[in-house]
Design a protein. Structure first.
Lengths: 292, 454
């Protein structure tokens, strides 16, 4: 019984980590068709920004989180205004933007390393303590991450489905030219999406760094898993990504216990291949993809 | 594993060493004099008026990771080489010529970064020697670049592959030395250390089981396999051999297996400090009666900073760190005075010592040799092979023909002939770890971890 509980707790924790890593990637991919390879570095930026706000500036937790989200949003806007905007209507946009965001990610990571060093640092916003479920210890921090990641995904899905901005984003994701002809301010909406994604990434980075610890390379592995989850869920499907993140987390922890930790990632990739053969548009995608 | 783990072969090496004892003795004497002259036991940089080197500078290379995941250590390697060169220069350099350190970045450390960095040091800077900390990933592929240039190369890659590569072709790789013992010794050394605790009645093992948790990198696997392969010889059974894919932060499934069948010892040979700290954070709330031994990570302050009091009681070892004795402490003070309280002299110590004994060997050989000067560099190599050098990390003395540092007590019972394989325990996470073995270097006694139930 304790073993089963432990597997479920571990699976939910892993799922939550994957979900928070996926949320903004899924948004940008779905809305703009931009494969943001700087996603890992944006997560890292969020972690370090919160560390600076909390440890160096001495701000309390809510203020530090707010400042971090704002910083992430600003960086997202800057990334759009300085780089992505200039590529949008050019030939080969989809490939060019991948290369450009790889570059942005590398510069950002190198900058963070220069600023903070490569030494791992404890995230001061980590919530300490926990409780026992049977004989299994459940950290409060994990519970907060599970709940927050689910809440972020649900709020984002609601924003996209029910708000004016969400409608504009969905319109652009379906047909940018048609949306422009219908009077949607495409550039403004793009900037909003990048701001939203930047802020979400920063918030995700805070939570992620409470588990993985702050280090300049902390975003690599979550970014890889996030890509996998986006593909499994169906590209750009936010709610699908939430379900896929937790399903894969539970699958991974089960394989880790039953077969061994080394088989977990391989099994996950095999599962992804099987899903894509069975449903080429992802578990939650449709034949004609309606993104977001 | 390979010939380095074969005790009979070690005895053969000892025969060789005893044959060269007269040369070794003279080398040791000069080295001792030199070390004393360099003022290694003094807290302040010794400077004697009129002794500073003024001749043509000798370029000495450092191919170190100044960016990338290992940059924190790479910066310490750079600092240590600069500090060693400055101290040597203050006392006349090598036969009057000052050492001029130059650096190239090995970045993420794969062969694609390491080999070009070495080549640039040779071609662009014309270095006479390359003295590095560790670079993982090339796995001796850079050796041919060095051998072709015919210069001296001292590194601390802690890699058993070095033994095979150099041991099988000592004539081609005459100039290449590994300044620390291979990672292999961590494995067999741990088993001997654990039995020592039992023999001294400092610990009563509840069973004969060892659970091994290893990372997927070569370093971790070699150590894990060394424990597994030698366990029976030391009276231990392997109850779990779990390979984890790194990075890893969620240890729940692994801990569930450990809790289902508690071993006497959990040996984690994965080395990343933040991953290990997460293991302890998740182990501590619901512990089992097992000693926890971990590799490398606990030697970094980050492990204690992240894991806090959950790290109390953790054991680890190192074959490459400054000792906590008079010489080691003096070095640590000089280093921190120069580079700040946040610097890591324990990491820099390896490069510092190597530069010092390279200078001794080169001076004894009559000077350094640049790229292409094979005759002179062979003379330096012969001096290095016979060197017995007491530095801040203890004694450096090399296996022949492998040209890797001999560990004490793993491969020699004489502390004056081997680099101490130090065992440390975190007894209070707010303080530096306590060194509990080997004698005569230990400064504290082993204590049962706080989670242990008698």
């Amino acid at each position: 019984m304790d073993t089963t509980t432990q597997i479920i707790i571990s699976g939910l924790t892993l799922g939550a980590m994957y979900a928070i890593s996926t949320v903004s990637l899924s948004l940008i991919w779905g809305a703009l068709n931009v494969l943001n390879m700087a996603q890992g570095a944006l997560l890292t930026l969020g972690g370090y920004a919160a560390y600076t706000a909390s440890a160096a500036l001495g701000l309390n937790a809510p203020l530090a989180i707010l400042l971090t989200v704002a910083a992430g949003g600003l960086f997202g806007v800057a990334m759009y205004a300085l780089v992505v905007r200039h590529m949008l209507d050019r030939e080969g946009f989809e490939v060019n933007v991948i290369i450009a965001t790889i570059g942005i990610g590398m510069v950002l990571e190198a900058g963070l390393q220069k600023l903070y060093g490569a030494y791992p640092i404890r995230q001061p916003l980590t919530v300490e303590g926990g409780f026992f479920l049977g004989n299994v210890y459940v950290p409060y921090n994990s519970v907060i991450i599970v709940l927050t990641s689910a809440a972020l995904m649900l709020v984002l899905a609601a924003v996209l489905a029910r708000t004016r901005m969400g409608r504009a984003i969905r319109a652009i994701s379906q047909n940018r030219d048609a949306a422009r002809l219908m009077g949607v301010p495409v550039e403004l909406v793009y900037a909003q999406v990048f701001a939203l994604a930047g802020g979400l990434s920063a918030a995700s980075g805070i939570m992620l760094s409470t588990i993985t610890t702050l280090a300049p390379t902390m975003g690599y592995d979550p970014m890889l898993k996030a890509f996998i989850i986006c593909v499994v869920a169906g590209l750009g499907n936010v709610m699908g990504a939430l379900y896929a993140a937790f399903l894969l987390g539970l699958f991974e922890s089960t394989v880790q216990f039953a077969l061994g930790v080394r088989f977990a990632f391989i099994s996950m990739l095999v599962l992804v291949i099987a899903v894509l053969i069975w449903r080429p548009y992802g578990l939650f995608g449709r034949t004609r993809v309606t993104k977001l | 594993m390979n010939n380095s783990g074969d005790r009979s072969k070690i005895i053969d090496r000892r025969k060789f060493l005893s044959l060269g004892s007269s040369l070794a003795a003279s080398g040791a004497m000069l080295a001792t004099l030199n070390a004393a002259a360099l003022g290694q036991t003094q807290e302040l940089l010794p400077s004697v008026e009129g002794m500073a080197a003024t001749g043509e500078p000798i370029p000495i290379g450092g191919g170190v990771p100044l960016t990338g995941w290992a940059a924190a250590d790479g910066i310490e390697f750079k600092r240590a080489l600069e500090m060693a060169c400055d101290e040597i220069n203050a006392l006349g350099g090598i036969l009057g010529r000052p050492l001029a350190p130059v650096f190239e970045d090995t970045k993420e450390q794969g062969a694609d970064n390491i080999i070009p960095a070495m080549q640039r040091l040779i071609d662009r800077h014309g270095v006479h020697a390359i003295i590095n900390g560790y670079n993982t990933g090339a796995v001796t592929q850079e050796y041919d670049t060095i051998a072709d240039a015919g210069i001296i190369y001292i590194h601390h890659n802690t890699d058993i592959v070095h033994h095979d590569t150099v041991g099988k072709n000592p004539d081609r790789y005459y100039g290449i030395f590994m300044g620390d013992p291979a990672e292999y010794w961590y494995g067999e050394g741990l088993l001997a250390f654990l039995n020592g605790l039992v023999d001294k009645k400092e610990w009563e093992k509840p069973n004969n089981k060892i659970a091994i948790v290893t990372g997927s990198q070569n370093y971790s696997m070699v150590i894990a396999n060394a424990i597994k392969d030698n366990a029976a010889k030391y009276g231990w059974d392997i109850s779990l051999f779990e390979t984890v894919v790194v990075p890893i932060s969620e240890w729940g499934p692994t801990l569930a297996k450990l809790r289902a069948d508690p071993p006497a010892v959990i040996a984690v040979t994965h080395w990343v400090p933040q991953d290990l700290a997460q293991f302890m954070l998740q182990f501590a709330p619901n512990p089992i009666n097992s000693l926890v031994y971990m590799q490398y990570g606990p030697s970094l302050a980050a492990f204690r900073e992240i894991g806090k009091d959950s790290t109390n009681g953790v054991l680890y070892s190192t074959v490459i760190a400054a000792l906590q004795d008079e010489i080691g402490q003096a070095f640590i003070k000089r280093y921190k005075d120069r580079f700040g309280a946040d610097s890591s002299p324990l990491v820099g110590a390896q490069v510092y010592d190597s530069c010092q004994y390279y200078a001794v060997a080169a001076a004894l050989a009559g000077g350094t040799g640049g790229p292409g000067d094979e005759a002179q560099n062979r003379k330096i190599s012969e001096r290095l092979r016979r060197l017995i050098y007491r530095g801040v990390m203890g004694t450096t003395h090399f296996f022949y023909p492998e040209q890797a540092a001999i560990p004490y007590p793993d491969a020699t019972n004489d502390p004056s002939l081997g680099m101490p394989h130090q065992y440390l325990q975190i007894q209070d996470f707010t303080k530096d770890p306590a060194m509990i073995a080997p004698p005569p270097y230990e400064t504290a006694k082993f204590v049962l971890p706080p989670w242990w139930k008698a």
